[in-house]
Design a protein around this ligand. Structure first.
Ligand SMILES: Cc1cc2nc3c(=O)[nH]c(=O)nc-3n(C[C@H](O)[C@H](O)[C@H](O)COP(=O)(O)OP(=O)(O)OC[C@H]3O[C@@H](n4cnc5c(N)ncnc54)[C@H](O)[C@@H]3O)c2cc1C
Length: 342
């Protein structure tokens, strides 16, 4: 069955946002990209709709409403097709063409980053990846991203004449529902493509959730960071805490210099720029070089023995305390709460 608005009974949406639903559910990334689609449509003064592969649960679809999603097209793909990135990309591009969308929006996570060039090639569109900001109106859109290790911001203008595939850096995605977003009743339309969808060369074999101990710290959800206020003993306790709380380890530059952790764990201007839900700064003074890398964190909680350090005014919550006292107690509490399991 072809969805109604694929036959133009409804006006075509100008922005089409692709929402991946792992196990049929709407996750934080999905909510974040819906929120972004709503904001972008507001900026451009245009209509938008969502596109997903089928197998969406009722609860997932309900989750689209708070963002003002009026329409969702569910692609009823042939069995096994969603294992192939090329086939997924071709189907999404085909849907975008049929819907006469102007802009295809995705999060730049593993899937979105892999799909974006396939989509741009299949849809013959312009491509802008990992945007962190945008501004504009109905005719032009100025898109900005960070390049050269986040040292330089690069901007390009989209003139809206050619279609555009746009991916958003997941760090700037926020699932927040803005007051401007109207709660909507979602109109679901199903589309069963009848085109041959030959499997491609790249296949998704398994989805493995990231291990917080090894995930790139710039993608970590919860980071516990150790500064020079940690000695060998308290640093080992910080490591234990990360394991117990399923968090990722971060360090300041002096801690990296001391050889406590690898360069890939260093956070800051010369290290990684991070944007976790929670950044726990332990024994960190809050130099501008470190703060520059953590300013996008959703919540910063710090512990320092000195009440005058700059990390405190840059934190959501700060505790003046000695890590040598705090860490053993914290570990004990966490173990009691979790039975020692992570
Ligand atoms: C070009 C350049 C680039 C740089 N890039 C980076 C970068 O990417 N990342 C980075 O982190 N740094 C970077 N730095 C270094 C940066 O300037 C700071 O020196 C560094 O961030 C300080 O790290 P820190 O907070 O761990 O150490 P400190 O500034 O020494 O702070 C240690 C803190 O621990 C507290 N403390 C001590 N004992 C305890 C205790 N028992 N309990 C609780 N608190 C305690 C102290 O009060 C102090 O505030 C860069 C420097 C330069 C020049």
């Amino acid at each position: 069955m072809v969805a109604k608005y694929l036959q133009h009974e409804n006006p075509p949406p100008e922005i089409l946002v692709f929402v991946d639903l792992p196990d049929g559910e709407l996750d934080e990334t999905g909510k974040g990209i819906l929120s972004e689609a709503s904001r972008l449509a507001n900026t451009l003064g245009c209509s938008w709709a969502a596109l997903c592969f089928d197998a969406a649960t009722d609860q997932a679809i309900e989750g689209f409403s708070p963002y003002g999603t009026a329409r969702v097209t569910l692609i009823e793909a042939p069995d096994g097709i969603c294992d192939s990135l090329e086939a997924q990309g071709n189907l999404i591009a085909l849907a975008a063409s049929k819907l006469e969308a102007r802009l295809l929006l995705l999060p730049h996570n593993d899937l979105g980053g892999a799909l974006a060039p396939i989509l741009a090639s299949a849809w013959k569109s312009a491509l802008f990846t990992e945007a962190i900001a945008y501004s504009g109106d109905n005719d032009t859109l100025k898109l900005t991203r960070s390049i050269l290790g986040a040292q330089v911001a690069e901007s390009k203008i989209w003139n809206s004449r050619n279609p555009l595939v746009l991916t958003i850096n997941p760090r700037v995605l926020s699932a927040v529902v803005m007051p401007s977003m109207r709660h909507t009743k979602v109109q679901i339309e199903r589309w069963q493509p009848s085109v041959p969808t030959a499997a491609g060369l790249t296949r998704i074999i398994q989805r493995i959730p990231p291990d917080p101990q090894t995930v790139d710290v710039s993608e970590a959800e919860v980071i516990i960071s150790a500064g020079l206020g940690c000695n060998e003993k308290t640093f080992a306790q910080v490591e234990e805490l990360t394991r117990l709380l399923n968090a990722s380890l971060g360090v300041t530059r002096p801690v990296y210099d001391l050889g406590f952790a690898g360069f890939e764990r260093m956070v800051g201007q010369t290290g990684k720029t991070v944007a976790p839900r929670l950044y726990l700064a332990l024994g960190i003074s809050g130099s501008m070089h470190h703060l520059g890398g953590i300013k996008d964190s959703r919540q910063i909680v710090s512990v320092n023995i000195d009440p005058k350090v700059p990390i405190f005014p840059n934190s959501d919550e700060g505790f003046v305390a000695d890590l040598r006292d705090v860490l053993p107690l914290l570990i004990e509490r966490v173990k009691a709460a979790t039975g020692g399991a992570a």
